[in-house]
Design a protein. Structure first.
Length: 130
């Protein structure tokens, strides 16, 4: 029986996903049909695979327009300090942060102020370049 769970995300752009994983200091591989390891030699494939430091991996599978996170969370949580909810929040937050900065640059906006709130949310104030 497979323990794999697939979670749809709002992550669309691979370059921002990879940058976010680097920013968060995760070790990962990128490619096609990479193996995501799970319980009892169960396997899935993905285009980005995060090494958790255990025999369980976290994968990002490209679906039509977004990525899905696929992992045997039972194994990941049992064998590593990584928790599903925390991991997803962390990656989504960093992805959004990188995406906002990239879009601001493309629209010739500059960051006036940036503040991280107690809950980890980031407030970014942008203005037009003068």
């Amino acid at each position: 029986m497979s323990h794999f769970l697939k979670i749809r995300t709002q992550i669309k752009e691979k370059e921002h996903l990879l940058r976010s994983l680097r920013d968060l200091h995760y070790q990962f591989q990128e490619g096609e049909n990479l193996v995501v390891r799970g319980y009892s030699n169960n396997r899935e494939t993905a285009q980005v695979v995060v090494n958790t430091g255990s025999q369980y991996d976290i994968g990002f599978q490209r679906r039509t327009d977004v990525y899905e996170v696929v992992a045997d969370w039972w194994g990941v949580e049992r064998n590593t300090p990584i928790r599903q909810e925390g991991f997803l929040q962390q990656v989504n937050r960093q992805y959004a942060y990188n995406l906002i900065h990239e879009q601001a640059k493309e629209q010739n906006l500059m960051v006036e102020e940036e503040e991280t709130l107690a809950n980890g949310d980031v407030v970014i104030i942008l203005s037009e370049r003068g």
